[in-house]
Design a protein around this ligand. Structure first.
Ligand SMILES: Cc1cc2nc3c(=O)[nH]c(=O)nc-3n(C[C@H](O)[C@H](O)[C@H](O)COP(=O)(O)O)c2cc1C
Ligand code: SF4
Length: 503
């Protein structure tokens, strides 16, 4: 059972009105007050930019000039914490996503650290999110699927023979079985293909972490602690202030935590078993980087899919992670493959297209609750459980937050310890600084309509519709996206010259 927008009428919500603080009010506020994280680090503010993949790395996963510009531009807004995008821990090709699966990636990542230090004036703490994912293939052309990809097994032959009432299919040449399936109608496909084979035809082949018949999936608990630990070591060597383990959304570690995880090798089923690998990874990372280095976890307060983990699981996991010594918990929601829409042929399924995807990045077309601060109750419940377990581990919330008042009220009510904003910071990377200097009325406000997410879905360089067409044909310094139509970075902002602050 889900509890989101799918089953309720949707309406278009207006942005909440914003009253921006004076510089003095901002200075006295909770959001702009320091936050200790772990044993040694203090973030200067509780403002936070969560991970956002911008599709700017090389095809080999290296840092590019565009990656440096992307993070440098966020650094100019001087958030308390900036988290670098989901970065792959394996040494395998994964398109223009950053990678940290080998020491050869360290020099580029070092440059990224240096750029953020310099452009934030040393005010921003920089973490890097590290991720593992299993195979997801593009939706195939039916002809290719039946001619090449589909495995012709004994059980498939049996179902074909039964469906057609002809025994001969049990021993017919494989090429003939393939031809007959290619020529068959949908009804016969549904009678002959099992649910995973049909899914591979309709959505593209996708592995599950409970596919124990696949040796590399069976081995995940053996290999992942070492891979994450090595990635964390490289993060430290590159100079990051901390590492964030990506246990959220559609990827490997979130799937281990999922109630859908039916592995029967001690790593699935009961909650204790589902949390086992995530805790083993955390332990391995901690051993590799030491007690004085920040190790955070981003995970789901609710998967929002049929049969998946809900808040009661998340509350339990949160307390266990805190007891195991994680330095912060960043709570997200949804973003799963299970309810994703069917992709076009040749495209891969995108985990932010279904209801769980909506809940991850809510838009203004919403149910009566609207998108603003929609996920805060999850963080609040997790924080209560962590405190009840005797831990002070900071909890970070995100989702539809775009004003100072929202953030301040969340902190005042004790619902979270830091308040993150992804899309609002993309819309205006300077917004934290503008608010702090008393120029809140100059904030370019995110409209929460997800143009940026549409670009992410097509693996196009992510930009914001509020500034990407703001092009001066005479300004040769503006870098354009590969389509030649959009600027890659938000226009620069300097405080009005005549007065550097307002009171
Ligand atoms: C373009 C884009 C890329 C994202 N990439 C990541 C990612 O790499 N890792 C992650 O945990 N969340 C990712 N997210 C989710 C955001 O961190 C955030 O949880 C979500 O957008 C909701 O927060 P918001 O309402 O402040 O945007 C991404 C969001 C966007 C818009
Ligand atoms: S593209 Fe739309 S949703 Fe994305 S940051 Fe800009 S205004 Fe916000």
């Amino acid at each position: 059972m889900t509890s989101g927008v799918a089953d309720r009428p949707r309406i278009r919500h207006r942005l909440p009105p914003a009253r921006w603080p004076t510089r003095e009010e901002a200075a006295r506020s909770r959001w702009f007050s320091p936050l200790p994280i772990g044993t040694r680090l203090v973030a200067e503010q509780r403002t936070w930019v969560p991970a956002m993949v911008p599709w700017r790395a090389t095809e080999d996963g290296f840092v590019t000039r565009e990656v440096l510009d992307w993070y440098g531009r966020f650094a100019e807004g001087q958030p308390g914490v900036l988290v670098v995008e989901a970065t792959g821990i394996r040494d395998i090709a994964s398109g223009p996503l950053l990678r940290i699966g080998d020491d050869r990636f360290i020099p580029g990542l070092k440059k990224l650290v240096d750029v953020v230090r310099a452009r934030s004036g040393g005010h921003t703490r920089l973490f890097i999110q590290v991720i593992d994912f299993v195979t997801v293939r593009r939706r195939p052309e039916p002809a290719r699927y039946f001619e090449r990809y589909l495995e012709i097994t004994g059980s498939l032959r049996g179902r074909l023979a039964r469906a057609l009432g002809e025994e001969r299919w049990l021993g017919a040449p494989e090429a003939e079985v393939r031809r007959s399936l290619l020529a068959a109608d949908r009804g016969l496909h549904e009678a002959v293909l099992d649910s995973r084979e049909l899914e591979a035809l309709d959505y593209g082949y996708r592995e599950r972490v409970w596919d124990l018949h696949l040796p590399h999936i069976r081995e995940l608990p053996r290999v992942l602690p070492g891979l994450f630990a090595e990635a964390a070591r490289r993060a430290r060597a590159a100079g990051f202030d901390g590492v964030e383990l990506h246990y959220a959304h559609a990827y490997t570690m979130a799937s281990f935590l999922s109630r859908l995880n039916v592995r029967d090798d001690g790593y699935g089923g009961a909650r204790e078993n589902r949390a086992r690998l995530p805790l083993e990874v955390l332990r391995a990372v901690r051993e590799r980087v030491g007690d004085d280095y920040v190790v955070g976890i981003r995970y789901l307060g609710d998967e929002v899919v049929e049969g998946g983990s809900r808040l009661d699981d998340a509350v339990w996991f949160g307390a266990r992670f805190a007891e195991a010594g994680v330095d912060y918990l960043s709570v997200s929601k949804g973003g799963r493959f299970e309810d994703a829409k069917q992709p076009k042929i040749g495209e891969a399924v995108y985990p932010y297209t279904g209801e769980s995807g909506y809940e991850c990045m809510p838009t203004v077309i919403s149910d009566g609750r609207g998108p603003f601060g929609r996920n805060v109750p999850l963080a609040a419940a997790i924080r209560r459980a962590v405190r009840a377990a005797g831990r002070t581990t900071p909890v970070v919330t995100s989702g539809g937050i775009g004003t100072f008042e929202q953030a301040e009220a969340i902190l005042e009510r004790g619902e979270a310890d830091a308040v993150a904003a992804a899309r609002q910071t993309l819309a205006d990377p300077d917004w934290f600084r503008k608010i702090r200097l008393g120029y809140g009325d100059l904030v370019r406000r995110c409209e929460f309509t997800n143009y940026c997410e549409g670009l992410d879905q097509r693996h196009k360089q992510v930009t914001c519709k509020l500034w990407d067409r703001n092009l001066d044909p005479n300004d040769a310094t503006v870098k354009l996206a590969s389509d030649g139509k959009r600027r890659l970075s938000a226009p620069p902002w300097t405080p009005p010259a005549e007065m550097t602050c307002r009171s």
